[in-house]
Unconditional design. Structure first.
Length: 435
């Protein structure tokens, strides 16, 4: 049988693909721009014949019926590694169909496999090439590890996905079924930075030296940080997520990857999400390598980069340096993601020149509350342990915490808090014995 014939024998429809789900299955779906939306949009159609199906996902993009509708309780449960608007709304509405999976990005796949067997994997890919290989395209954070361990692998073939390099290729013989489903690849436009974002970005820029290797997320603050890096020279990239700002810095000649200590000349990442322009830039681009999250985000690997700089954001920081980035009290808002992975890796840098930066606005809720707090609210998850915190940046400056005492930390953090809250924070710090 030739390759084309083998591929055609594995082609099934979306209803047929969804019919493969059985009661008590552990189903895993690809994340973000790689999300198999054709199949996921039809999961709910088999609810009347299945029970106790768990669907593991990360940053689920659409409010699919299988977890948004209360009547799905007992039939389907979304187990999310990182909440997005849909899963947050389902939690708020108490549908009983969503739960959270505590994790660090670099261990998401291996911890999953340790805890349970993956029964069915649904993902997306490019059409097969003349050699019978498809590209998993925009992400292999956990996807390739899971599909290698799954009983059944089903991929949606989308010709609009870019063909990418690294560890993304998979032979059609390793896939059980294909579904041809052309759709617009989900995009995530870059937000326009505010004046506050730009101020924070400039402080972040002060901490990034020429020749640094950076990890950068998405949002107003990271975009502003990218703007502040335009005059830097020979930056490299080792990150979980590739975003538009990295493409722009590469095209400007700021990112060259020439000074990296390993994987020279390559942007290294686990997934990408952004504009169509980004996807077109990634297509057949040998300068970008997508690798598994268990390798890219392993702190021991991150630490091998020269002048590694990890740039992340958070919700709040207490006066001892505990960073909360994922929950508001006991209410899970997002997830740990790769923040602790890259922050730890950066400060452990083999050349002693690595830096971790945690950025946040000084206030929230329209200026009514301070994000620098005496103690974290009861039930709040600590995303980054205070012993690993390095620099905390707000629009009022840089708090340098690495190696500092609690008293020194409290003073540094109060200095970058909003002026309206500094007196109150000082009073609380004294009451707690910090000052």
């Amino acid at each position: 049988m030739n390759l084309q014939d083998e591929y055609r024998t594995k082609l099934i429809s979306i209803p047929e693909a969804v019919s493969k789900i059985k009661s008590d299955d552990n189903v895993v779906v690809a994340m973000c721009a790689s999300e198999p939306q054709g199949c996921m949009g039809q999961f709910h159609t088999v609810a009347d014949r299945v029970e106790n199906v768990r669907v593991f996902s990360c940053l689920t993009l659409q409010p699919y019926d299988f977890y948004m509708k209360p009547e799905m309780k007992g039939h389907f449960e979304l187990a999310s590694w990182f909440h997005a608007p849909g899963s947050r709304a389902a939690l708020k509405n108490n549908t009983g169909t969503v739960t959270y999976v505590p994790n660090m990005l670099h261990r998401s796949a291996t911890d999953f496999i340790f805890a349970r067997k993956p029964h069915v994997f649904y993902g997306t890919c490019t059409p097969p090439d003349k050699h019978g290989y498809v590209s998993l395209s925009l992400g292999i954070t956990y996807e390739k590890d899971i599909l290698e361990a799954a009983d059944l692998v089903i991929l949606e073939v989308n010709p609009l996905l870019p063909r990418t390099f690294g560890d993304t290729h998979l032979h059609i013989s390793e896939v059980d079924f294909f579904v041809e489903h052309e759709q617009i690849v989900p995009e995530l436009p870059s937000p326009q930075p505010s004046e506050t974002d730009l101020t924070i970005g400039r402080y972040i820029g002060e901490l990034v030296e020429d020749g640094s290797t950076i990890q950068l997320g998405i949002g107003g603050i990271p975009n502003a940080a990218a703007l502040a890096l335009r005059d830097k020279k020979d930056l490299g990239v080792h990150t979980e997520m590739i975003v538009d700002s990295m493409m722009e810095l590469y095209e400007m000649g700021v990112i060259t990857n020439r000074k990296k200590s390993f994987h020279k000349g390559k942007l290294v990442a686990t997934f990408a999400m952004g504009s169509r322009k980004l996807y077109d830039w990634l297509d057949d681009n040998v300068a970008v390598e997508f690798m598994r999250g268990r390798w890219v985000n392993n702190p021991a690997v991150v630490s091998q980069n020269s002048k590694m700089v990890s740039i992340n954001t958070c919700l709040m920081v207490d006066l001892t340096g505990q960073v909360a980035s994922e929950s508001l009290g006991p209410v899970q808002y997002s997830g740990t993601g790769g923040q602790s992975d890259t922050a730890e890796g950066a400060v452990e840098g083999i050349d002693g020149k690595g830096k971790s930066i945690i950025a946040c606005y000084s206030t929230a809720k329209g200026g009514k509350v301070s994000t620098i707090v005496p103690v974290l609210p009861e039930g709040t998850a600590v995303t980054l342990h205070r012993s690993l915190v390095d620099n905390v940046v707000t629009e009022f400056g840089i708090a340098r915490l690495r190696g500092k005492t609690v008293r020194e930390r409290a003073r540094e953090l109060i200095a970058v808090a909003h002026p309206d809250f500094r007196a109150e924070l000082t009073e609380k710090a004294k009451a707690l014995g910090y000052l």
